[in-house]
Design a binder for this molecule. Sequence first.
Ligand code: ADP
Ligand code: MG
Length: 353
Amino acid sequence: MIVEPGATIGIVGGGQLGRMLAVAAAQLGYKAHIYDPHEHPCAADVATAHTRAGFDDLLALEDFAAAVDIATYEFENLPIDPLLVLGSRLRPGTRSLGVAQDRGHEKRFIEQSGARVAPWAEVHELEDIYAAITRLGLPLVLKTRRYGYDGKGQAWIRTVDAAPAAWDAIGREPAIAEAGIAFEAEYSVILARCEDGSHAFWESPDNRHEGGILRRSTVPADATVRAQAEEARRFALGIAEALGHVGVLTVEFFASADGPVVNEIAPRVHNSGHWTIEGAQTSQFEQHIRAICGLPLGSTALTGRAVVMDNLIGEEVNDWPRLVAEPGLHVHLYGKGEARPGRKMGHVTRVER
Ligand code: ADP
Ligand code: MG
């Protein structure tokens, strides 16, 4: 199916990813219609239309479905059943969403696709944590199955005594326990896949986190990561194919001594791919639009020798006067208003030619 320029792309979720998708859509002559319950989602500033309604509002979603030619989502914590009204026009489909929004389901799916994951166990009660410690050893990280992001819903367990406090810390929610991986680096494989199976990878960025939040992505990554990028790409493509994924898919990896270990997947464009806006011939946002609209994929080649993307988190955004004064620096501000601690407010990209 080809969706021609001039058509309207529905984007469920109105955060910065939706905003950058809408900008890319506009560049190719598409209109964007944002669906988001907030009063002023930052994506709506750059879109043609905004439906303000809950993600479980069936009537509003029916109207939205009637108003758009194709639809996508920019975050994965969405109830699935109401989205079925979009049928096959939702790309990627609900299968990618269902797998990505539950860490238990996700881990099992990734293992079955043939990729390597950290040893893990399901946790329903405190006893399961003790059993996991016996089987997997320490340290362990507990992660709620649902709604975790930017390190939220996670607690580390380094001694047996710490188990009850960690269980309380994650709110005694259904969880998984995962062996702590002594990684040499973290990186992601970002790929785009079309309905006909054609696909493209970007250079894998090295990702540095601070307090659970992405701080910096750098390409090219160092030799440790590059040495395992091929196997990691094989794992990522296997996951994309098993999902029947159409659009951009991101797979986060740990570079361990045993090779690439999949951490988690995001069925969408990703913060670690923001550097592609200026650092690659085709950005992740444009490529996603191309893939879901049935257009051919663009080149993912680098535009320079190296690219570094730094997030502007919380009050760091107040530094914008100095940043916009730096020649050659690509400044992106998301127009989000209040700079709360930990909130992603913008990013800056440096391309070394
Ligand atoms: P989020 O949804 O918050 O991104 P992640 O599972 O990616 O959740 O965890 C956030 C960060 O915590 C990771 O990027 C990594 O730095 C660290 N982390 C998570 N799981 C592990 C693990 N099993 N071993 C070592 N570090 C981990
Ligand atoms: Mg992550």
